[in-house]
Design a protein around this ligand. Structure first.
Ligand code: NAP
Length: 483
């Protein structure tokens, strides 16, 4: 079992205190590297979720709102607590998610960056008077907190994803009811321990509920006291939330699945493209929404690029991330592992060739999937159509710019995309043509706290990060003054 000063309680947090878990229901949390149970965490009832919503409602202040200075202080305190406890939070994250220790600790820094950004830009949420005087009135624009927000996060970035939402919600003055993924609740509990000890937020400002997604999701969707849900996860669940909140016309912020194209033109610096692809693709074991999922390589350089990739991939190490010296940890669970295996098998059966990695029949019985490269992929294959969410690099050929823009867009998703070329005009044309919220030019880098990030098409609604993300939890209210 995991031991940590940040995990003294393994229950929910409602109204400024840890819950008692009177009914005694729990669920198991596993370390995917060892397959062992490392904690048993309270699984909460519908009544407890409703209590969390009520507690959030009691912390919401509309007529005498929390000042900008107060909210800034909350954000700074959380940022400082995360930075001071980066090693321990990262260790917990590593043990429940499996990503290498350094990468897990890097995610804590990344999370602190969102609280930092919001603390430095919160002034943008102050009321302002517009310079014109339309209709003979003086118009003031206020940014009102939308109300109690439900924040639902996935397992692939256990601290990064909540940081994006919670920083903006607190900046707006919105209380929240937070549900982490059932695979990774411990990092969230650690965050609540830090907020409990190091901030003086009013009781009910942040509430933690864990357990059955169906129970928690239903309560959040049905409660008239929760006007907004911010969700990161699969498009499938995102669609369900759209349907389940339609009746009440709730505001939704949705960060959903991806199917990122990574395009390498024949004039690109192939070594830089290969290095960037490795960093982009294998972070989190390939379990990120922004990682390259379809690699389109110009036919003139496809063999050379494949060799560069194989050379790099063959040097990568896979193992228990807690040891600190591995490049890739285990996949999150058996279902995730089986999906990657199915994608490799399907691609090989339909004519792709294995450039690096193992054949499906050579794989072991744990969750450690070797980094794998396949060549000769086409749109009939599962790895082209679906988000693999694992360490598979599927390469496809292309000939012309028009053809590759069309192929890149040949998906319902529109989250991240990448183009490698030394021709600036071509890069601008390709970025404009790709219907993706993020398009890296000669870089495989993903989101950052300073810039808005989010999806087009079925990859979501809204943005996180940047000023756009800061405005997600407020509603503009205009007050024209006549005399
Ligand atoms: P998921 O299965 O959709 O789960 C995400 C969260 O939703 C979890 O907390 C889950 O709880 C909860 N949930 C499941 N069913 C629900 C329901 N009916 N009502 C309310 N909540 C519900 O996704 P995942 O497998 O954790 O994450 C992987 C997906 O997230 C990928 O598609 C990835 O691309 C996407 N993602 C997108 C972004 C982005 O920025 N766009 C970032 C990261 C990940 P349980 O764990 O208890 O089931």
């Amino acid at each position: 079992m995991i031991e940590s000063p940040l995990l003294e309680k393994l229950t929910g947090y409602i109204g400024g205190r840890w819950t008692d878990n009177e009914h005694g229901n729990t669920f198991d949390v596993y370390n995917p590297a060892t397959g062992k149970v490392i904690a048993q965490v309270a699984s909460m009832s519908e009544d407890e979720v409703n209590a969390a919503i009520a507690s959030g409602k009691s912390a919401l202040r509309l007529t005498s709102p929390y000042s900008i200075e107060t909210r800034r202080k909350w954000l700074e305190d959380i940022r400082d607590a995360l930075k001071a406890n980066k090693e321990e939070v990262g260790r917990i994250l590593c043990m429940e998610h499996g990503k290498p220790l350094q990468e897990a600790q890097g995610e804590v820094d990344y999370a602190a960056g969102f609280f930092d950004y919001c603390s430095k830009h919160i002034q943008a949420l102050d009321a302002h008077t517009i310079p014109e005087k339309p209709k003979d009135c003086t118009w003031t624009v206020h940014y009102r907190p939308i109300g109690v927000a439900g924040l639902i996060t996935p397992w692939n970035f256990p601290i990064g994803m909540i940081a994006k939402k919670l920083s903006a919600a607190l900046a707006a003055g919105c209380p929240s009811v937070i549900k982490p993924a059932s695979e990774t609740p411990l990092t969230m509990i650690a965050l609540f321990s830090l907020m409990d000890k190091h901030t003086d937020m009013p009781d009910g400002m942040v509430n933690l509920v864990m357990g059955k997604a169906s129970v928690i999701g239903k309560a959040l969707c049905e409660s008239p006291d929760v006007p907004m849900l911010s969700f990161t996860g699969s498009t499938e669940v995102g669609r369900k939330l759209i349907v389940d909140t339609a009746e009440q016309v709730k505001k939704l912020a949705l960060e959903l699945g991806g199917n990122a194209p990574f395009i390498v033109f024949d004039d690109a610096d192939l070594d830089a493209a290969a290095d960037n692809l490795i960093a982009n693709k294998f972070r989190g074991g390939g379990q990120t929404c922004v990682c390259a999922n379809r690699i389109f390589v110009h036919e003139k350089v496809a063999d050379a690029f494949g060799e560069k990739l194989a050379e790099r991939v063959n040097k990568m190490t896979v193992g228990d991330g807690i040891n600190g010296d591995v490049d890739i940890g285990p996949l999150i669970n058996q279902a995730g592992y089986d999906k990657v295996k199915r994608h490799v098998q399907d691609a090989l059966e339909k004519g792709a060739t294995l450039v690096a990695g193992k054949k499906p029949e050579e794989l072991g019985n744990d969750l450690f999937f070797p980094p794998t490269v396949v060549h000769g992929v086409n749109r009939d294959m599962c790895c082209y159509q679906e988000e693999t969410f694992g360490p598979l690099v599927p390469m496809a050929l292309f000939r012309t710019e028009e053809e590759v823009i069309e192929a890149g867009n040949d998906t319902e998703f529109g989250l991240a995309s990448y183009v490698f070329t030394n021709d600036a005009e071509r890069a601008q044309r390709v970025a404009a043509g790709l219907r993706f919220g993020h398009c890296g030019w000669n870089t495989g880098t993903g989101p950052t706290p300073e810039a808005p990030f989010g999806g087009m098409k079925a990859s979501g609604i809204g943005r996180e990060g940047g000023l756009e993300g800061l405005f997600e939890f407020v509603e503009a209210q205009t007050v024209p003054r006549g005399f």
